[in-house]
Design a protein around this ligand. Structure first.
Ligand code: PAP
Length: 333
């Protein structure tokens, strides 16, 4: 890691991990992997997933070293599909007896600080180990790259995905804002995304892996779409609370707690919190200064913004691709 690195939200505050398993000789491994340039850093194709090379060591460490616990809750979201929002919602639902809505951590602290990533911030594995149970963790990793115990221990997973045209646009804007170095125009970025080459892509495999798991194990895996979170936030909040084993009581319902959760975690509220408005935050870690941009996680928060940026032809091509990829799965947009 360079002394001053610009980071994506998915690798915010990242730092080198000193101790990883002997399997992770990533330098020589990376040299053998398919590589593509175009996004603001190159991507390597590892186990059917496009990953930033500097994350590979930590991605591999998760499978080898993350010790899952049966009561872990994992928020698994493909990038730009609503991770930040989901973190805020689930944190608030789970901790609603602990904090008042007027003096809440989300009013001063970024959602990413309250719910640690696994695999992206190298120190997170150590931090996750030190967290008391039940743990609330998050990841952009594909299901097959999580430890196999995730499917047998009883951990609960909440996955969120998003209509692919909007997910693509959100990604493109994010990279433009955060990394002036992105060399792709919308057309080229769109072509790469459509070939499956975007961070953690192919998106269709990521969506389908979690979708199928949610069908097979509905009590343990919940699948959400960003669009339903926008169109019916209160009901999504209720569904989340029930799924997590903490349904709202009658008193909470009549006291308006569901709406309070929705308001606190809504785009308007979160995007106006100072911690989330910052354009540039520097973190000193392990001798390296790391830079990221919290405000880049709050752009518009709308459904259908693709219409303002994509041609009809591009949209039709993406719709056709989506129809082909998800055919027969029951997953539709
Ligand atoms: P990440 O993958 O980098 O963590 P993620 O939070 O998943 O990003 O997605 C960012 C998108 O969620 C942005 O969408 P946009 O570019 O289309 O605007 C962001 O605006 C949106 N978003 C963030 N917080 C909220 C929220 N509270 N409510 C609705 N949308 C939100």
């Amino acid at each position: 890691m360079s002394a001053m690195a610009h980071l994506h939200s998915e690798d915010m505050e990242s730092r080198p991990r000193e101790a990883v398993s002997s399997k992770t000789h990533t330098g020589s491994l990376i040299a053998t992997l398919p590589t593509k340039e175009g996004w603001s850093t190159p991507l390597v194709f590892y186990n059917n997933c496009w990953i930033r090379p500097h994350s590979l060591k930590d991605v591999m460490a998760v499978q080898d070293m993350l010790k899952l616990r049966p009561d872990d809750i994992i928020l698994a979201a493909h990038p730009k599909c609503g991770t930040t929002w989901l973190k805020a919602l689930v944190f608030t639902i789970l901790n609603r007896s602990r904090y008042t809505f007027t003096d809440h951590p989300l009013l001063t602290v970024r959602p990413h600080q309250l719910v640690p990533f696994i695999a992206l911030r190298p120190g997170d594995l150590d931090r996750a180990e030190a967290l008391p149970s039940p743990r609330l963790l998050s990841t952009h990793l594909p299901l097959p790259l999580l430890p196999p115990a995730v499917s047998t221990l009883g951990c609960r997973i909440v996955c969120v995905c998003r209509e692919p045209k909007d997910a693509f646009l959100s990604r493109w804007h994010f990279e433009k804002k955060l990394h002036q170095g992105i060399s792709l125009g919308t057309d080229e970025a769109f072509a790469m995304f459509s070939e499956g080459c975007s961070p953690y892509g192919p998106f269709w495999d990521r969506y389908l892996e979690y979708w199928k798991e949610s069908l097979a194990r509905p009590r343990e895996v919940m699948f959400l779409r960003y669009e339903e979170m926008v169109s019916d936030t209160p009901n999504v909040i209720r569904k989340l609370a029930s799924f997590l084993g903490v349904p709202f009581t009658r008193e909470e319902e009549s006291g308006g707690v569901v709406d309070q959760v929705a308001d606190l975690c809504g785009f308007t509220s979160l995007s106006n919190v100072d911690a989330n408005r910052a354009d540039r935050v520097e973190v000193e870690h392990a001798g390296a200064k790391l830079v990221f941009n919290p405000s880049s996680l709050f752009r518009k928060g709308e459904v259908g913004d693709w219409v303002n940026h994509m041609s009809k032809d591009m949209a039709a091509r993406m719709d056709q691709l989506v129809a082909e990829k998800f055919k027969g799965s029951g997953l539709t947009f």
